[in-house]
Design a binder for this molecule. Structure first.
Ligand SMILES: [Ca+2]
Length: 263
């Protein structure tokens, strides 16, 4: 286990979702965290909050068990639990990256405004937050979302376009959202060490992002060979099993032996 920081007591771990309470009509879930490592400096750029089911199943399977009328509530609760956990454990110089579907962001009761309210009530600042758009299934009203989040971005909240290259999260969404961060989907980089087509494509995309002042994160990095190839293209921020698996109730640090070999 790579985890370094844990919640301070059993009580706080329980309160923060390591063994989550039952909320009427919703499945049990807990919040896990997975670091985004800066492989040049050794710092943790951010911790992504990921929902996990009672038996450790991924967030997607939890959300399939919930009626459509409660999806936004569940998303909002996931963000709230994650914020409660990091405020207890302590983020230090890192950030927390929160997933959100675009439709949920606009929800007046369970959207981004509620998440910001919770964050502030816990003493967290917008500059400690990254909002990840997770849309894969359909296109949304990106203009309305962009307008809604303007004040939060002015106060330092970053916006990340998640799973770039998969589903609807493509270049059109990038142009509409103008994100601070783009997360390259693992399907774009899974053969980056051997596939010339991936190398050419990712190299060009990374250069374009650099010119646009957009930070690039490579998702799903699993081998040193992939990490080294990404570094050679100027991509320093990486997330994946090579560095740390998502862990419930603590903020994992990237594997020290891996980081030592990359820095
Ligand atoms: Ca994500």
């Amino acid at each position: 286990m790579f985890g370094q920081r844990t919640a301070r007591s059993d009580n706080s771990v329980r309160r923060n979702g390591a063994s989550s309470e039952i909320i009427k009509g919703l499945p049990r879930f807990a919040m896990a965290f997975q670091p985004i490592a800066d492989t040049m400096t050794g710092a943790v750029f951010a911790q992504e909050a990921l929902a996990r089911g009672r038996d450790g199943e991924g967030g997607a399977s939890i959300f399939t068990k919930v009626p459509a009328s409660k999806l936004h509530l569940l998303e909002s609760l996931c963000r709230q639990r994650a914020l409660e956990a990091v405020s207890e454990i302590g983020l230090h110089d890192s950030r927390i990256s929160l997933n959100a579907s675009p439709d949920a962001i606009l929800n007046p009761a369970f959207g981004i405004c509620e998440t910001i309210r919770v964050a502030r009530s816990l003493g967290l600042h917008e500059r400690q937050l990254i909002l990840e758009f997770t849309e894969k299934d359909k296109a949304s009203d990106m203009r309305a979302i962009r307008d809604l989040i303007v004040p939060f971005r002015k106060r330092g909240m970053m916006v990340a376009l998640d799973d770039f290259g998969a589903g609807y999260n493509g270049i059109k969404t990038l142009l509409e959202v103008r994100p601070d961060v783009v997360k390259f989907d693992m399907g774009l980089i899974n053969r980056i060490d051997t596939c010339e087509m991936q190398q050419t494509l990712i190299c060009s995309l990374a250069e374009a992002c650099s010119r646009l002042d957009i930070i690039v994160v490579a998702e799903g990095v699993e081998t040193l060979a992939q990490a080294r190839m990404l570094q050679s293209m100027g991509i320093a921020l990486m997330q994946g099993y090579l560095f740390a698996r998502p862990a419930v109730g603590l903020l994992p640090t990237p594997a020290p032996d891996v980081m030592a070999r990359l820095m």
